[in-house]
Ligand binder design. Structure first.
Ligand code: NAG
Ligand code: NAG
Length: 503
């Protein structure tokens, strides 16, 4: 007996959940430089620096644009991207650099302001500057919440009073435990770096550090004294509503760097971020736009293929991984010869000391050089691709890197399905019902696309989430399966396309 029922048909609220993924396979330097915080001089702590070779201790926009090369895939991108790097402190007190895997990725999300869905995304003006995160932070302070608890559903953040900028800033930092034999964790799901025991036991492929930048702008200042107050987060970090006074929507930058913490499995010691933070609350990212803003605007307007591949944006000039990797900056003389890589001795670069929370490490506090209380983390593994777990999917972005060829299979075999989905999602009035893999009807869920990209022996997987709207109409079902996971079907989101057969 067939059941006639009202089925759910979706229409996309926002046609533009487009994005692209700026791969920066090379890094121009690892150095104690931070032109936003310490212009012209050595910075307090070391950073990995990606982008234009014109980077220096106090670069102008011209310096960046005139840099001979970029360590990123798109030659027109002469921006500067930097984050702290990671060290391992051996039991004997010697620090050792942790290997960075695959360079860095900077996602450019073209999400509209939710309350202004017809609005435009404005390119970064020339020389636009900003910081995400707070290097002095040593605690997680969202009212009534502990970092040991999972975030509440995003739909509750407003009611819970968790949408002030300080709260959003803390939720914009994430540490993703990598285990390529499991479904990937959600991005920005865990806001602290788990301790070494947890990493050893659960994260055999390392840790991905994530930081999302504010994407709402006051529309006039390219920088501000704290490098933050000219911008703001939308109320769900990567998407949602921009606060009053920050009505200009910029591309949403989201950095990912992978650290090979697994290389220290079984070795006694602890991981330390270069700023002396062992818990990750003080992780941060910095940006100076070295784009030509007119060119970037053209890219924002036209590079809207939902694949996220820069290869699908015809105006970008691409370069090889080798060219990205060979691009280097000139190290300023005042830090030349400083030991920042390999085994670096018994102190972090710059003499940074480890400072534990809960007080901030702002220099006024006495350094807390022994843990006051470092509870064992309990936010465990949660797969990020299940629809019902969508509260863990702020942007739904994942990146996997694997040298294994056996389990990742041939990524290209997924491409046609992904393309089908991509095209379908771009059509103005698609009629499809997402269902979760256990067959539940979707309602108020977000829709997900998944894509695999291969680069040499590295396979990357991207999952994108969109907000959807539902109306009820009578339908008949045609099944289109899209976006299957590496080897387990439960990675997948099945889309059912419905046709109106009511008449
Ligand atoms: C400390 O231990 C590491 C790892 O075994 C070793 O490489 C390093 O040389 C040691 N440092 C000193 C000063 O002995
Ligand atoms: C998007 O990119 C894919 C390749 O990844 C291509 O097949 C498709 O035609 C593109 N879509 C549009 C609308 O350009």
């Amino acid at each position: 007996m067939r059941i006639n029922a009202s089925f759910v048909v979706l229409s996309l609220v926002s046609s533009a959940a487009a994005f692209w993924r700026m791969e920066c396979r090379g890094r121009v330097g690892l150095a104690r430089l931070d032109p936003l915080i310490s212009p012209g001089t050595a910075s307090q702590h070391a950073h990995v620096i990606h982008g234009s070779s014109g980077f220096n201790a106090d670069p102008t926009h011209e310096d960046l644009v005139n840099g001979e090369c970029t360590s990123c895939i798109v030659k027109e991108d002469k921006s500067a991207y930097w984050t702290p790097n990671v060290y391992f402190k051996h039991a004997n007190g010697t620090y050792q650099e942790v290997n960075q895997v695959g360079g860095m990725l900077a996602y450019y999300f073209l999400n509209k302001d939710q309350k202004n869905p017809d609005g435009k995304i404005r390119a970064f003006p020339n020389n636009f500057r900003m910081i995400a995160g707070d290097s002095t932070r040593r605690t997680y302070s969202i009212a009534g919440f502990s970092y040991l608890e999972a975030d509440p559903a995003k739909s509750l953040w407003g009611q819970l009073g968790q949408t002030n900028q300080r709260d959003l800033e803390q939720r914009a930092v994430g540490f993703n435990c990598l285990n390529y034999n499991k479904d990937p964790e959600g991005s920005l799901q865990r806001h602290y770096l788990p301790d070494k025991n947890y990493l050893d036991a659960n994260c055999p492929d390392g840790v991905r550090f994530e930081v999302s930048f504010p994407s709402c702008w006051n529309g006039k200042d390219i920088d501000s004294p704290d490098h933050k107050s000219h911008v703001a987060y939308p109320d769900l970090v990567l998407n949602g509503n921009c606060p009053d006074g920050f009505d200009v929507k910029l591309p949403g930058l989201f950095y990912e760097t992978i650290w090979e913490t697994n290389a220290f499995r079984g070795i006694e010691g602890e991981f330390v971020i270069s700023n002396g933070d062992v818990q990750g609350f003080g992780y941060h990212g910095d940006f100076i736009s070295g784009w030509d803003s007119d060119f970037l605007q053209q890219a924002v307007n036209t590079c809207t293929n939902l694949s996220g591949r820069v290869q699908d944006c015809p105006i970008f000039s691409l370069q090889s991984e080798d060219d990205q990797r060979s691009c280097k900056m000139a190290t300023p003389p005042f830090i030349a010869g400083e030991k920042v890589a390999g085994l670096i001795g018994d102190s972090l670069p710059g003499g940074v000391v480890i400072q534990y929370g809960p007080g901030s490490a702002n220099g006024d506090d006495k350094p807390q050089t022994s843990p006051v209380s470092v509870p064992v983390p309990t936010v465990g593994y949660t797969p990020g691709t299940t629809v019902t777990g969508s509260e863990y999917l702020p942007g739904g972005v994942f990146q996997e890197s694997s040298t294994s060829t056996s389990e990742t299979s041939a990524p290209t075999s997924f491409a046609p399905e992904v393309n089908t989905l991509g095209v379908q999602m771009q059509s103005p009035a698609p009629t499809a019902t997402p269902t979760s893999s256990d067959g539940q009807a979707a309602g108020g869920y977000e829709i997900i696309t998944t894509q695999y990209i291969t680069n040499g022996n590295v396979v990357s997987k991207i999952v994108v989430v969109e907000t959807v709207d539902y109306v009820m109409v009578p339908t008949e079902t045609v099944t289109v399966t899209a976006a299957m996971g590496r080897k387990k079907a439960r990675h997948g989101i099945h889309l059912r396309r419905h046709r109106d057969t009511a008449h």
